[in-house]
Write a protein that binds this ligand. Structure first.
Ligand code: 6PG
Length: 471
């Protein structure tokens, strides 16, 4: 039998869909799963694609059935399972072979795994894959970290299976070792911020204006035809317009308001903090998920402080709804600016050189944050790599007007007692970022007062201390 072009280990939901995607694109794929029954079931269900699939019962069998140098994708649970799989696979592989971790790995693990491989071991690639089940099956966004040689070996398959934006593949090599998984982490952080801002706007419409889920769904549906057009806005309209079969109520109205999180958003916030790059939109979104999980305490606190009630906003005009649309867009610009800035920081720290325009381009389709907006971001970074998005001329113009709407939304919501943590974080970041003379002079004076840490004087070189003993 003709050997496979690529191997895949782990036939869970993502692995199954990715393997079918590979086969459907004409590449032969050898698959392995720890439970042989699952492999057999997958093969039996593969229909017309069976002739492109080689079902393997052992890792040795898997290795034998792939054309060298063998690329093998791991689609197993992030964490220890990846280390175990690498250890189990190594004896059957050669130096030229490539193990590709396609899970949501922490990039520190990716860097470590690569370092742990010896000179005669196969090489290792960390590959972020976004788009969920549907993306894996019909075209995900693929963020690769590895060597150009490894990428060249897998590039034809990845280009074929990835999502396409106006014919352009949404797969790219973004840097060495952990760069691909790092970019995926930041993607997820931005995803958290985007989702949170949407949820906040939903909250203002529901609790501030007293609108029903259906009415809000229609607003989001309309917005999806405008500048906010994106997968997340599209699915928000859909979920708001869906009906719960059991009760006949809007589906979102019967869902517990406690958000889960697997950790990638938190990693993004942690990495931003470690790099000293502000990513307050992501941080606010992570914290909001944590507050959402404090279900009992929130109920107690509502009793203690009183119910917010509904229809609290003084301004319920169409102009205010338009401001919500523009404000959400401005909030997104600030949060995305932060996410991209974190990548700039990581590139500096690790010598990665993550290409921002390319990253924005491969996020235009396939991934969860896919949108038209990312096409505009990609265009903005062409020739302005490394510049904060808020300083790219096209976005300066957009923020000049958009920030007015964001300010209106945040102030109205705050006055009504409605929480908008990510939107207000975005606004405060924008206001802090655009203020040439900030307030850290006082912090420097305080630090010098209690710890003699010194400060710089305006327009003078050197370190100085203040006249605090006279104070
Ligand atoms: C994607 C998603 C995907 C997954 C997240 C959800 O890009 O396809 O981000 O990776 O849905 O793990 O993360 P939470 O469970 O933390 O929301």
């Amino acid at each position: 039998m003709q050997q496979a072009d690529i191997g895949l280990i782990g036939l869970g939901v993502m692995g199954t869909n990715l393997a079918l995607n590979i086969a459907e694109n004409g590449y032969r794929v050898a698959v392995f799963n720890r439970t042989v029954a699952k492999t057999n079931e997958f093969y039996a269900d593969a229909g017309d694609l069976q002739d492109k699939i080689i079902a393997c019962e052992t890792l040795e069998d898997l290795a034998k059935n792939i054309r060298a140098p063998r690329p093998i994708i791991l689609m197993v649970k992030a964490g220890e399972a990846v280390d175990e799989q690498i250890a189990a696979l190594k004896p059957f592989l050669a130096k030229e072979d490539i193990i590709i971790d396609a899970g949501n790995a922490n990039f520190h693990d990716t860097v470590r795994r690569l370092a742990e491989l010896g000179a005669n071991d196969p090489t290792f690639v960390g590959m972020g894959v976004s788009g969920g089940e549907e993306g894996a099956r019909h075209g995900p966004s693929i963020m690769v970290g590895g060597t150009p040689e490894s990428y060249a070996r897998i590039e034809p398959v990845l280009t074929a299976i990835s999502a396409k934006y106006e014919g352009e593949s949404c797969s790219a090599l973004l840097g060495p070792d952990g760069a691909g998984h790092f970019v995926k982490t930041i993607h997820n952080g931005i995803e958290y911020a985007d989702m949170q801002m949407i949820a906040e706007v939903y909250g203002v419409l529901r609790d501030g204006l007293g609108l029903t889920s259906e009415a809000i769904g229609k607003i989001f549906d309309k917005w999806n035809a405008g500048p906010l057009n994106s997968y997340l806005i599209e699915i928000t309209a859909k979920v708001l317009l869906a009906t719960d079969k059991k009760t006949g109520k809007p589906a979102v109205d019967i869902i517990l308001d406690s958000a889960g999180q697997k950790g990638t958003g938190r990693w993004a916030a942690i990495e931003a903090q470690m790099l000293g790059i502000p990513a307050t939109g992501i941080e606010a979104a992570v914290a909001a998920r944590s507050i959402s999980s404090m279900v009992k305490q929130r109920a107690e606190a509502e009793k203690a402080y009183g119910d917010l009630g509904t229809a609290k906003l003084s301004d319920n005009s169409q102009a205010f709804i338009d401001a919500l649309e523009q404000g959400l867009l401005a909030g997104k610009i600030a949060a995305y600016a932060q996410g991209f800035d974190v990548m700039v920081g990581a590139s500096k720290e690790r010598g990665w050189d993550i290409p921002l325009a390319t990253t924005a381009r491969i996020w235009r389709a396939g991934c969860i944050i896919r949108s038209q907006f990312l096409d505009q971001i990609a265009a903005a970074f062409e020739g302005s790599e490394g510049t904060n998005l808020l300083l790219v001329p096209a976005f300066v113009e957009r923020m000049k007007s958009g920030s007015k709407s964001l300010r209106k939304v945040v102030s109205e919501a705050s006055l009504a007692g409605l929480p908008v943590p990510a939107l207000s974080a975005a606004l405060n970041y924008f206001d802090g970022f655009r203020q040439a003379r900030g307030t850290a002079n006082v912090i420097q004076a305080q630090r010098d007062f209690f710890g003699a840490h010194g400060f710089k004087r305006l327009g003078e070189e050197g370190d100085f201390h203040g006249p605090w003993s006279d104070a």
